[in-house]
Ligand binder design. Structure first.
Ligand code: HEC
Length: 182
């Protein structure tokens, strides 16, 4: 059932991608120079949106995708054996999970930033309770899409390369703050 939902999203995005395949691709990713990052054939949703034609409901699709996959069963980010004190602006403790695309890259230690379809999820806790979920997802053309939610999925902020998130995250390699990207 979850696979079905994910496949449906994948098909919708595949159509979008097909239509936009001949766009002029001038933006590039955040300076990691990788061009072979399109790995959209796997069924490990959420499928990366096309940055040039983000669906209007990209944040909703992303929320559904990570929850359908039960992101809390994903690999913990390096250094996160458990929640740890927040270094960022929100909450007092955080836990970070990474999807397979990120985990694979970390295992291989390939240089060049994180691949398309990378998804990182940060659970933010305040006084011991989960109170926000922040997500970054790399699009098929290697740009970061950002979204932050209340625990019920209400969107607090979202957008492609939005300064609200990216300015502070630009301190980290490939915009990742909680661990070292190879
Ligand atoms: C003032 C700095 C700052 C801003 C603004 C910020 N973050 Fe972060 N973010 C951090 C830091 C520091 C971490 C490392 C984990 C921690 O201690 O919170 C982090 C971690 C994350 C992570 C886990 C992956 C990683 O990069 O380590 C995600 C996902 C994330 N933030 C999403 C967002 C989103 C979405 C926004 C905008 C709505 C945002 N962040 C705004 C500082 C910031």
């Amino acid at each position: 059932m979850k696979a079905h939902a994910i496949a449906t999203v994948g098909v919708a995005l595949a159509l979008v991608l097909a239509v936009t395949a001949c766009r002029s691709d001038d933006e590039g990713g955040p300076a990691n120079g990788e061009t072979s990052g399109v790995e959209t054939t796997s069924s490990s949703a959420p499928a990366p949106p096309s940055a040039s034609s983000l669906p209007e409901d990209a944040a909703t699709l992303l929320w559904q995708g990570v929850n359908d996959e039960d992101y809390t069963s994903w690999d913990a980010a390096p250094g996160f054996t458990a929640r740890r004190p927040a270094a960022g602006p929100h909450g007092d403790e955080v836990m970070v999970f990474v999807n397979d695309a990120v985990a694979d890259r970390l295992r291989k230690q390939d240089a060049g930033g994180l691949p398309a379809d990378s998804v990182l999820v940060k659970d933010v806790y305040t006084n011991g309770s989960l109170d926000a979920i922040a997500i970054m997802q790399k699009t098929d053309d290697l740009r970061w899409y950002w979204a932050e939610y209340d625990t019920d999925g209400t969107i607090i902020a979202e957008g492609l390369e939005i300064a609200l998130c990216a300015d502070c995250h630009s301190e980290g390699k490939d915009f990742v703050r909680s661990f070292d990207v190879p």
